[in-house]
Design a protein around this ligand. Structure first.
Ligand SMILES: [Mn+2]
Length: 283
């Protein structure tokens, strides 16, 4: 049977229903952010939960006069999702760490938190950005083990050491700087990050650990002497344009394909945002 309407309209209607979508390192508000592609992707899915796992809005590099329409479209897409019943979790990262002053905070359908633990069909899933490992990996591996005592302690430690570094005039530890040092060092850094996260998750009895931060999309099983865990990283929307999708009991890594979504309309009917976000970004 023929159903009326253009392809465009149909593509707007046919949203993929998913249980969970995890995004990280969008760096909204910076030139590198692939906002248009992200808005297209967001308009193509209908998740029960949307988890923004850190560095969503880049508050380190935020410039008063740089806020293109496409970046606003990303926010509108998310608000649109919320109005359709999607629960949104904004987890803090290092580029939006100012939010750690107010987290945890519930604003209607939006929760701001430093970490999230979910029960996925009886399996324990631990989600956090991962910048807390910057300091611990730099200084000593046993410090990272403090995470077994508490993730909040790691965040406090990370903050205090960054504050000390600032006082000593050496500035915060920069991830991108470290990644750019050399290919060999970058590979070691990524390995260290992934194994630190996985070891900690195994120690704490999690089945899944999901990070962002290092801009390296991945799904892999990690084993050590104590057990095993599935390590996942949602990548970024600067370079890889990836997301983690959970549906029917399984995690998949989504990779944005220009051809698949390029016909899609990005502009949405304007949504009542409660004006909160508008106010924040107009300031
Ligand atoms: Mn980060």
């Amino acid at each position: 049977m023929l159903i009326g309407g253009s392809n465009l309209n149909e593509s707007r209607v046919m949203k993929r229903p998913l249980d969970i979508v995890v995004l990280s390192d969008v760096h909204l508000g910076t030139i590198g952010c692939r906002a248009e592609e992200l808005a297209r992707y967001l308009n193509s899915v209908k998740p029960g939960k949307l988890i923004l796992n850190g560095d969503f809005i880049d508050m380190w590099n935020f410039r008063k006069y740089y806020w293109p329409e496409k970046h606003m479209q990303v926010l509108k897409s998310i608000l649109n999702m919320m109005s359709e019943g999607t629960e949104v979790f904004y987890l803090t990262g290092n580029h939006d760490e100012v939010l750690r002053k107010i987290s945890p905070l519930v604003l209607g359908g939006l929760e701001i938190r430093d970490k999230l633990v979910l029960n996925l069909d009886g399996r324990k899933c631990w989600i956090f950005h991962g910048d807390v490992f910057d300091v611990t990996m730099k200084y000593s591996k046993w410090l990272a083990k403090l995470g077994a005592v508490g993730y909040d302690l790691l965040i406090m430690l990370n903050n205090s050491i960054n504050m000390l570094l600032k006082l000593m005039g050496s500035g915060k530890i920069s991830l991108s700087k470290r990644i750019k040092q050399s290919v060999k060092q970058a590979v070691k850094f990524i390995d260290d990050f992934e194994s630190t996260a996985a070891d900690l998750a195994i120690d704490n009895g999690y089945d899944f650990v999901i990070c962002g931060h290092i801009h390296q999309p991945k799904i892999k099983k990690v084993h050590n002497e104590q057990g095993s865990v599935q390590y996942l990283n949602s990548g970024d929307w600067i370079e890889h344009m990836t997301a983690l999708e959970y549906n029917e009991g399984e995690w998949n890594l989504y990779q944005y394909q220009q051809e698949a979504l390029s016909a899609m309309e990005v502009h949405l009917p304007s949504v009542k945002t409660g004006n909160l976000l508008e106010t924040i970004f107009a300031a």
